[in-house]
Design a protein around this ligand. Sequence first.
Ligand code: TRP
Length: 328
Amino acid sequence: METVLSGIRSTGNLHIGNYLGALRNFVRMQHDYRCFFFIADLHSLTTHPHPDDFHGNVRRILAQYLAAGIDPEASTLYVQSDVPEITELYLLLNMIAYTGELERTTTFKDKIRLQPGNINAGLLTYPVLMAADILIHRSHKVPVGKDQEQHLELTRVFARRFNNLYQCEVFPEPVAFNFGEELIKVPGLDGSGKMGKSEGNGIYLVEDPKSIRKKVMSAVTDSGPVPGQPMSEPISNLFTILSLVAAPETVRFFEEQYAAGTIRYGDLKKQLSEDIIGFLTPIRERYLSIESDSDYLRKVAALGKDKARESARATLDLVRSAVGFKSF
Ligand code: TRP
């Protein structure tokens, strides 16, 4: 059975873009693959989150994964820092990662621009930690968006380099994968780009209805349809989101109104917010009950940790033996 692995940083919240993009496919397919899901709390340290927030962030994302439908028995759902084998592999991979190739990654160059006051070595080696996350379970497939493809390419480089250097076949070369489905790009509410890129352009998976209405009602639009002109990006984005959450008849109704030039964007937005709320309500209700159940969360985390460490240990034994570690 092939191994699929997905991770998310513990800063922020899951938004509907995450869910409709890859997470929903993962939930549907989690019984057909050997699936690993984890919360990348170590990665989040690059931006120095406050210690008072650190654990709460992880807890929130864990509860959101569960509310979205990840089954902790079928999949392995765990917290990155609970698996010290990952950090050991990270150290070993650092020995074969060249600073030049790390300096050339787009995400690192972006960080230099965005946070010039905090260019720590953890940022430089972020792709090495990500490679360790992936390779520790000898994963074959990783559902990632465009922005992470360069990291996945580096993961393949490290896997190949390790196998060559130590004349072994410990690591498969992992590829991007979305369960055979086309990757849905969910646009944001700010007129252009994808949801989640900038704060405030997206709707969280567990957002309350009042706040959803407010965000949707203030989404960017245009000054109205112009006959003969193609639909503008902000409006086409609203239609895209509508088509993901609403009944086909609803979408058709507004498309016809648009074509006839009689559409009122206020009505479109009202309908869109109610359909988003309807779509998210069951997830949000599950989240609220899971989030307040500390016993359940503790059990889930403990189970995930055990399963993840068992798999990680097996890989690390192969790695250590390939590198030449021997016990006395
Ligand atoms: N870098 C990913 C992101 O920012 C999160 C992540 C960390 C990840 N480790 C991973 C994703 C391993 C997939 C596999 O979204």
